[in-house]
Design a protein around this ligand. Structure first.
Ligand code: BGP
Length: 478
C-alpha cells in the first residue's frame, strides 16, 4: 500500500500520567493519593499497597522523574520532536488534597495552569485525563473509595473545578483511565485500588463489588461529561479503556463463543460510556449470578445524558482464549490465558501484535461509529546506554513503526476516524504495574534507577530523532 501519510490535523504526541512522572508528591499543598502509598515491585514481585506512608519503604512515585520541577525542559523536548498534543492527567489530590475539601488548592491549580501555558506556547494541545489510576488517599481511608456514592459527588466537584479553570486552555478530556482493568484483573489488587480506591475485603464477592464500584464510577463519568459540555460546548470529552482484543484460539465454534463472552467484559464499559445504557448480556449475568447492584433511577438518566464524544483507548497487546483449557499449562494473568503461537512477546511477556491494533480500530469503529483516539501504545524495554552514553532503541522504533503502519491501513482501507496517537511514556517514567524505572518506554531517557539513584538528567534516544521525522512528514516517513 502506498503511504499517503495521515489526515491533516492528526494529533501526534505522547502520553504520561501525573503520578508516574511528576514527583513533588507532598509539595504545593498536594495530599497523598493511592499512587503515593504503593511501593516498588520488580519482576514477579507485586507492588505492595501500604496502609499510609511507612518510613523506610521505597515509594517510586514520590520523586518519580521530578517533572513537577523540570516540566519546562521536558516540554521543550516534546516541542523539538514536533508534538501536536501531549496527554497527561491532573493529580486529583493536587487540586483537592483530601478529596472532600470545601475549597480547591490554589497552588495545585496554578501548577497545571503553568504547564498548559507552557504547552500552548509551543502549539501543543493538552489532552487531559481526570483520573489516571489515582484518587486522594483520604477518600480511600474514610469513604472506601468509589464504594461510596459520596465519592461520585466529590469527583463531579473536582471535574467541574478543573473544567471551569481550564476551559480556555484544554479541549480534549477523558474521565477515568483504563476503567475496565479492574474487571479483567479482578485478582490483581492494584487495579481496583488505584482506579477506584477500593481494597477488597476477605470473603466478599469481588466481582459483585467491582460492578457496584464501576457503576458508581460510570455515573461519576457521565455527570462529568454532562457538566463539562455545559461549561464549554466545544469540549471533546472521551472515555478511556484498555483494549485487549480476545481472539478465539481456533475455529472451533466453542472457542469463538468463548472469545465473545470474554469480550463482553470489555464491551460492558464502552457500551455504557458510549450508548448510555447497560447491555443485555450484563443484566442477564447479574441476574444469573444473583448480583444485587444498587442503581438509582436518576443514575440511568444521567448515564444517558453523559455519553462520550470519542473513545480513547490504550493498545499494547492482543490475547487469546479457548473454551476447553484443560490442556493449557499456565498463563500470565495480566496478559491473557493462552499463548498465541503466531506472536512474539516483550521481556515482560506482553504479546506484540501490530495487526491487532488495526483489528481493534475496526471493531470499535464498526460498533460505535465514534471517533477513536489511541492514547497509549508502546514498548516497555530495558534500555542500555553504550560507551558514548547513547541508547540505540531500534526495537522500540520497530514496534512503533509496525503499529503506525496498521493505523494507516485502518484509516486508508477501513475508513476509521482516528483523531490521534500518543505513544505511552514518551519520556521514561515509573512503570505502573511494577513500579520500576527499568521498564522504559521513552523517546527521552531519564537517568534514574530502580533504587532511586540517578542524576535525573534527560537525553535523546535514537527513537527521539525517528519520531521527530514521523511527525514532520505526518506519518509518511516511517
Ligand atoms: C497502562 C496504564 C499506564 C502505563 C501503561 C504501561 O495500563 O494506563 O499508566 O503505565 O499501562 O504499563 P506499565 O507501566 O506497567 O508497563
Amino acid at each position: 500500500m502506498i503511504n499517503k501519510g495521515f489526515p491533516e490535523g492528526f494529533l501526534w504526541g505522547g502520553a504520561v500520567a501525573a503520578h508516574q512522572l511528576e514527583g513533588g508528591w507532598n509539595q504545593g499543598g498536594k495530599g497523598p493519593s493511592t499512587a503515593d502509598v504503593m511501593t516498588a515491585g520488580a519482576h514477579g514481585v507485586p507492588r505492595e499497597i501500604t496502609d499510609g506512608i511507612i518510613e523506610g519503604k521505597n515509594y517510586p512515585n514520590h520523586e518519580a522523574i521530578d517533572f513537577y520541577h523540570r516540566y519546562k525542559e521536558d516540554v521543550a523536548l516534546f516541542a523539538e520532536m514536533g508534538f501536536k498534543c501531549f496527554r497527561t492527567s491532573i493529580g486529583w489530590s493536587r487540586i483537592f488534597p483530601n478529596g472532600d475539601d470545601e475549597q480547591p488548592n490554589e497552588a495545585g491549580l496554578q501548577f497545571y495552569d503553568d504547564l498548559f501555558d507552557e504547552l500552548l506556547k509551543y502549539g501543543i494541545e493538552p489532552v487531559i485525563t481526570l483520573s489516571h489510576f489515582e484518587i486522594p488517599y483520604n477518600l480511600v481511608k474514610n469513604y472506601g473509595g468509589f464504594r461510596s456514592r459520596k465519592v461520585i459527588d466529590f469527583f463531579e466537584k473536582f471535574a467541574i473545578t478543573v473544567f471551569e479553570r481550564y476551559k480556555n486552555k484544554v479541549k480534549y478530556w477523558m474521565t477515568f483511565n483504563e476503567i475496565n482493568n479492574q474487571a479483567s484483573n479482578l485478582d490483581v489488587d492494584i487495579f481496583a485500588f488505584t482506579c477506584s480506591g477500593v481494597t477488597y475485603k476477605d470473603g466478599e464477592n469481588r466481582e459483585e463489588t467491582m460492578y457496584q464500584v464501576v457503576h458508581n464510577e460510570l455515573v461519576a463519568s457521565a455527570r462529568a461529561v454532562r457538566a463539562g459540555k455545559k461549561i464549554n460546548p466545544n469540549f471533546e470529552i472521551g472515555c478511556m479503556v484498555a483494549f485487549v482484543p480476545i481472539y478465539p484460539y481456533s475455529c472451533n465454534p466453542d472457542d469463538m463463543m468463548k472469545s465473545v463472552e470474554e469480550m463482553h467484559k470489555r464491551w460492558h464499559f464502552l457500551d455504557v460510556h458510549v450508548r448510555g445504557e447497560y447491555p443485555a448480556y450484563t443484566k442477564k449475568m447479574w441476574e444469573r449470578k444473583g448480583f444485587n447492584i444498587h442503581i438509582e433511577p436518576q443514575d440511568l438518566i444521567e448515564l444517558k445524558e453523559g455519553t462520550v464524544d470519542y473513545i480513547g483507548f490504550s493498545y499494547y497487546m492482543s490475547s487469546v482464549d479457548k473454551a476447553d483449557k484443560s490442556d493449557v499449562e499456565s498463563g500470565d494473568k495480566l496478559v491473557g490465558s493462552v499463548k498465541n503461537p503466531y506472536i512474539k512477546e516483550s521481556d515482560w511477556g506482553w504479546p506484540i501484535d501490530p495487526v491487532g491494533l488495526r483489528y481493534a480500530l475496526n471493531v470499535m469503529y464498526e460498533r460505535y461509529n465514534k471517533p477513536l483516539f489511541i492514547v497509549e501504545n508502546g514498548f516497555g524495554a530495558i534500555d542500555v546506554k553504550d560507551e558514548k552514553g547513547e541508547v540505540h532503541d531500534d526495537y522500540r522504533i520497530d514496534y512503533l513503526r509496525r503499529h503506525i503502519e496498521e493505523m494507516q491501513k485502518a484509516i486508508e482501507i477501513d475508513g476509521v476516524e482516528l483523531l490521534g496517537y500518543t505513544p505511552w511514556g514518551c519520556i521514561d517514567l515509573v512503570s505502573f504495574t511494577t513500579g520500576e524505572m527499568k521498564k522504559r518506554y521513552g523517546f527521552i531517557y531519564v537517568d534514574k534507577n530502580n533504587d532511586g539513584s540517578g542524576t535525573l538528567e534527560r537525553s535523546k534516544k535514537d527513537s527521539f530523532y525517528w519520531y521527530k521525522k514521523v511527525i514532520e512528514s505526518n506519518g509518511k516517513e516511517l
